[in-house]
Design a protein around this ligand. Structure first.
Ligand code: SF4
Length: 75
């Protein structure tokens, strides 16, 4: 299983995660930050548990994120 976390408050809305992992991320029209689709929010941290097929694209997104607020962990 892959756990993706997003510290959304610090998102600067650059769109890289959406471009690199389109199945998992969207930009919010409301506040211009990205949204990790289907994630659960707790104290500002959004967490999504998905299968290993999500790994490659989301690792690329995590690497590309200029403010380093995406973490991808294999458990
Ligand atoms: S790559 Fe990082 S800063 Fe850019 S939209 Fe995604 S989460 Fe936000």
């Amino acid at each position: 299983m892959v756990i993706i976390t997003h510290h959304r408050r610090k998102c600067i809305g650059c769109n890289y995660c959406v471009e690199l992992a389109q199945a998992y991320w969207r930009m919010s029209k409301r506040d211009g930050k990205s949204v990790l689709l289907g994630a659960e929010e707790k104290k500002g941290v959004h967490t999504l548990r998905v299968g290993e097929e999500a790994l490659e694209a989301n690792e690329a997104a995590a690497k590309a994120c200029p403010v380093n607020i995406i973490q991808v962990k294999v458990v």
